[in-house]
Design a protein around this ligand. Structure first.
Ligand SMILES: Cc1cc2nc3c(=O)[nH]c(=O)nc-3n(C[C@H](O)[C@H](O)[C@H](O)COP(=O)(O)OP(=O)(O)OC[C@H]3O[C@@H](n4cnc5c(N)ncnc54)[C@H](O)[C@@H]3O)c2cc1C
Ligand code: FES
Ligand code: FES
Length: 500
């Protein structure tokens, strides 16, 4: 038995033979576990979904669905995963024909035709089946994925009478069955029986991260044990590739043939995974996944609660991090506009020490930032108190699992009937995420009336330097900016009417 091992469906397997750039999906399939499929190799279809036991508070773990096509197999050293094959054969899962309850419901309700997408669907569905909040509520439909239902239509959680949050399936595509029978299967699920071994597994901690070091074919994979060790390695080799959730870097490997000579895994580094109140703000570790941040914040930052459901899919959010999103410097990344509106500060760390930079000063050009070689994002700090009126608008071609054409985030505070402060973050209208400074000036000190909103909307349409590309024309982007202010105004009026 080699040094690098993964427990798959209860059986320990060697990963030593795989190189640092071999994706988990390819390794699984080479091991003969061909249930997980490759549909797109870019995190879009969910045919490759599996479940992994992730930490979930002291002494507990949570079955978490993730795409297997993006992360390297070595990133799972020491971890426990379950594939569709393992669900079916889970001891005691379902005696008749050895089907797991999610597989049974999919079969009974016609949720599968060609079956290509089905192993991925059942893994996403099983993770939701075991979601502790759903089971604690006894299948109460009001218990959504986050516990918060936003006023925005795009953010509404669609829950079955059994508390099944359909967002759990937002990263799974099916080309032939149609979604109604799949939804029927999801909504027919009971809560797991107490004797279910996968349910019981959640009562003990997830496996700790291992201090993996591997070399193959000239490429190296390392998982430093501490932040200090990581920063030391980065100082020695500033060109090393950091990998957190791998939802961007995995696409680079699969579609752009990126083959960095040193991969440094940072997704389980404790120092990057803290969420705490700190120095008059909330500090969010750069390597916490968006799903973890969503759960740990539990609604404390309403603007982020509007962002989360619109960011990719549950499968992607179960791996993607704020650190990765900001590090790519993408002008259409969704977290930056929201964090700009929240006046966030990024904490950059290197072997020389730490420094803090306002996010508004972080981006310097297209996919460029002030982050220097040898530096990484350790955390994002959001100052308190928060503005009371907030909104996040994402304009994309699909309601879920799509990249923004334009995004706008608002954070506004009223005092004595006047706008005492306002920050607006924008994505998709310039080479970097930007603040809508001129629109903010139009709004500052004014009453929040239809006239003010109209003046701000006219100014908003002139913000940035939008371009024509495959997602949208410059004209459309400007029109969407104008519309975002008018929609924000309409939303706030409805909210104020409800409150009064
Ligand atoms: C199907 C799909 C849908 C998507 N939808 C959206 C969407 O709706 N909105 C959106 O904004 N994005 C979207 N993305 C992009 C991606 O999910 C995000 O950018 C995500 O936040 C990246 O985080 P990660 O941890 O996976 O980064 P990784 O892929 O691990 O890393 C990305 C880059 O950041 C660097 N990096 C990672 N962490 C750090 C750190 N702490 N310090 C310094 N550098 C670091 C890495 O070296 C790498 O260059 C989507 C991606 C996919 C595949
Ligand atoms: S193969 Fe499509 S998401 Fe992984
Ligand atoms: S059953 Fe054929 S793709 Fe879903």
């Amino acid at each position: 038995m080699g040094d690098i091992k993964v427990t798959v469906n209860g059986k320990i397997r060697d990963v030593d033979g795989a190189g640092p750039h071999v994706r988990l999906l390819d390794w699984l399939r080479d091991e003969g576990l061909t249930g997980s499929k490759e549909g797109c190799a870019e995190g879009e279809c969910g045919a490759c979904a599996i479940m992994v036991a992730r930490p979930d508070g002291p002494g507990r773990s949570r079955w978490t669905s993730v795409n297997a096509c993006l992360p390297p197999a070595m990133a799972f050293d020491g971890q426990e995963i379950v594939t569709a094959e393992g669900l079916g054969s889970a001891p005691g899962a379902c005696a008749v024909e050895d089907l797991h309850p999610v597989q049974r419901e999919m079969a009974d309700r016609g949720g599968s035709q060609c079956g290509y997408c089905t192993p991925g669907f059942v893994c996403s569905m099983a993770a939701e089946y075991y979601r502790p909040e759903r089971n604690a509520s006894g299948g109460d439909a009001s218990q959504t994925g986050t516990g918060v239902v936003g006023e925005d239509h795009a953010a509404d959680h669609e829950c079955g009478p059994n508390g099944f949050d359909l967002h759990a399936l937002s990263g799974n595509l099916c080309r032939c069955t149609g979604y109604r029978p799949i939804r029927d299967a999801a909504y027919a699920l009971n809560t797991p029986v107490q004797a279910d071994p996968l349910l019981q597994r959640q009562d003990s901690p997830a496996p700790p991260a291992r201090h993996t070091r591997a070399v193959k074919g000239g490429a190296r994979f390392e998982r430093p044990a501490t932040l200090e060790e990581l920063l030391g390695r980065l100082a020695e080799e500033p060109e090393a590739k950091l990998v957190a959730g791998a939802t961007d870097s995995g696409v680079e490997v699969n579609l752009r043939h990126s083959r960095p000579s040193l991969v440094l895994a940072i997704d389980r580094l404790e120092e990057l995974r803290e969420l705490k109140d700190d120095d008059g703000g909330i500090q969010i570790g750069a390597a916490l996944t968006l799903s973890e941040v969503e759960r740990e914040l539990a609604g404390r930052i309403p603007l982020l609660d509007q962002l989360f459901p619109q960011f990719a899919s549950r499968l992607i959010r179960n791996a993607a991090t704020f650190g990765g999103n900001l590090a790519t410097g993408s002008p259409i990344g969704d977290s930056a506009p929201a964090l700009l509106a929240l006046d966030a500060v990024v904490v950059l760390a290197s072997a020389q020490g730490e420094r803090e930079v306002a996010l508004a000063d972080y981006f310097t050009g297209y996919r460029q930032s002030v982050k220097a070689p040898g530096e990484l994002l350790r955390a994002v700090r959001i100052p308190l108190p928060l503005a009371e009126i907030t909104a996040f608008h994402k304009i994309a071609k699909r309601r879920f699992d799509d990249i923004s054409s334009v995004s706008a985030a608002f954070a506004m505070q009223m005092d004595g009937g006047l706008i005492s402060s306002v920050r607006i973050g924008l994505g998709g209208v310039a080479a970097t995420p930007i603040r809508a400074s001129r629109t903010e000036e139009v709004l500052a000190g004014q009453p929040w009336t239809a006239k003010t909103a109209a003046a701000a909307a006219a100014m908003m349409a002139t913000e940035g330097t939008p371009i024509d590309d495959m997602r949208a024309s410059a004209l459309y982007r400007s029109a969407m900016l104008r519309q975002a202010v008018l929609r924000f105004y309409a939303q706030t009026q409805t909210a104020l009417e409800v409150a009064s």
